[in-house]
Design a protein around this ligand. Structure first.
Ligand code: URP
Ligand code: ZN
Ligand code: ZN
Length: 479
């Protein structure tokens, strides 16, 4: 059914205007004051509220098989929780096991994700290399709308990509017009430190951050950036958690390199003291990689977001419950890595970003939606409220408050890293592809109603620049 949202103020990343928005057939059809619409149109009164582009979380892991178990949040419950928090699109990850074909893994994830109830898309991880991976990357870009490939520089003996894999994959990506992304931690350093800490008798979660020092991120960020520089491929670093990683991004950006950085709501707002808690369940519930950090890193990350050196916010939503975390009771390296947040990202960012004056409402829209849409090439279909765009809209009450709790959240996990936090600024309604999916505290969702979002390859200018960088000789750029 068509919807008209009346009386609200539209906040896009580049302008704020008071206007009604008319949505039909999944699209925004008209924007203006006192719009005339067909009589059967559903009317939503948004007086006094903001209308913002639906959130895009570029980093989630629904029902991820990982570290001997499977994340508890599936694509239905996870996308529903996202909608309750104002997020209308997730970009999740296909992660093939080493030696598993990329297309094979991609088809598995597409099957699992059919139960989604919002928009969803996939980055595909390159965890190993041979000719079939080279071929499948081409099929994914050309036929399946995958324009980003992920590389885990950590998780040795599992999904870690070594320099050879990175080099081959980055080179293939640039030829295809795709962007590469990386989890930047030096996996060998982490592995050796883990062994050493265990030998020293440090078996509890307090050892987790010690095994993953900021230098591990700084080194890997630099390595990925330098490889991307030589190959000429755009690079997106996921979950930047330290000043060390951020400084590498700033250096590269100042040198003109196309490098982007993502920051997690968790890394901005939770610090490393959680690992000192003597309660194993509590500390283990916070075990994720990279770990939560000292306050000086959080300050740097906020400044990175404010300055535009970090462009996107995400959650790395990856749910493991207490019984799963218990696998690492006697050995912290066996605690499944992951924490939740897809439902809380927008309100935590608003409360601690806009509410503190660090971000303007327009900047909030940029870092929760628009920038991601641009970087992953789905703008202006997504990330903006304008005629012709998909009708993904969150109606936001800047005065609404609540206290976050695992007892009231919609996420399928028995813990919330933001437990007890008071937030101000919440969605009252979430519209996804023109359908009202969350209204006044109630989810109105059904499984299998989501939409897979294809993301086209980037224009060939990347390829042209790449050839200049690689061959180091003048190339005639034909446009
Ligand atoms: O701890 C995390 N982040 N788990 C999910 C996998 C990853 O590294 O993103
Ligand atoms: Zn990661
Ligand atoms: Zn992740």
């Amino acid at each position: 059914m068509a919807i008209i949202i009346r009386g609200g103020t539209i906040v896009n990343a580049d302008q704020t205007i008071k206007a009604d928005v008319y949505c039909d057939e999944g699209k925004i059809k008209a924007i203006g004051l006192d719009l005339d619409v067909p009589s059967k149109t559903e009317v939503i009164d948004a007086s006094g509220q903001l209308l913002m582009p639906g959130g895009i979380d570029p980093h989630t892991h629904m029902q991820l098989p990982f570290m001997g178990t499977v994340a508890t949040e599936d694509f239905f419950t996870g996308t529903a929780a996202g909608l309750a928090g104002g997020t209308t699109t997730i970009i999740d990850f296909v992660i093939p096991n080493p030696q598993q074909g990329l297309m094979d893994a991609y088809k598995m994830w597409r099957e699992w994700s059919e139960k989604s109830c919002s928009n969803y898309s996939f980055h595909v991880a390159v965890t190993w290399w041979d000719d079939s991976v080279h071929k499948d990357m081409g099929t994914l870009v050309r036929e399946e709308g995958v324009n980003s490939f992920k590389h885990f520089m950590a998780y040795k003996n599992a999904i870690m990509a070594d320099d050879e894999v990175l080099y081959n994959s980055f080179s293939r990506a640039v030829d295809l017009g795709a962007i590469v992304t990386a989890h930047a931690e030096n996996g060998e350093m982490v592995y050796q430190l883990q062994r050493k800490l265990l030998e020293m008798g440090m078996t509890g979660p307090e050892a987790h951050p010690l095994s993953r020092p900021p230098a591990a991120e700084g080194e890997a960020a630099n390595r990925a950036i330098r490889l991307a520089e030589v190959i000429g491929v755009p690079l997106y670093l996921v979950h930047v958690s330290t000043k060390d990683g951020l400084d590498e991004i700033i250096r590269a950006r100042n040198a003109g390199q196309r490098v982007y950085g993502e920051v997690l709501a968790g890394h901005l707002l939770v610090d490393e003291s959680v690992y000192q808690n003597p309660d194993f369940e509590f500390a283990a519930a916070h075990v994720m990689s990279p770990p939560f950090r000292a306050p000086e890193h959080q300050d740097a990350l906020w400044k990175g977001l404010q300055s535009g050196n970090l462009q996107t916010t995400a959650t790395d939503h990856c749910c493991f419950c207490a019984d799963q975390k218990a696998a690492g009771k006697d050995d912290f390296t066996l605690i499944p890595n992951g924490t939740a947040g897809v439902e809380d990202r927008m309100t935590m960012l608003w409360t601690h970003g806009v509410g503190t004056g660090r971000l303007t409402p327009q900047e909030f829209v940029a870092v929760t939606s628009t920038n991601t849409a641009k970087i992953f090439n789905i703008h202006p279909r997504k990330g903006v409220i304008q005629v012709g765009a998909d009708a993904d809209i969150v109606i936001w009450d800047t005065e609404a408050t609540k206290t976050i709790s695992k007892d009231t959240h919609h996420q399928n996990i028995d813990f919330n890293i933001f437990e007890g936090r008071n937030v101000k600024g919440l969605p009252t309604n979430t519209i996804c592809n023109g359908e009202l999916k969350y209204a006044d505290g109630e989810l109105r969702v059904k499984a299998n109603t989501g939409t897979y979002i294809k993301r086209p390859a980037f224009p060939s200018i990347f390829g042209a620049l790449d050839k200049i960088a690689v061959k180091n000789k003048p190339v005639k750029v034909v446009r």
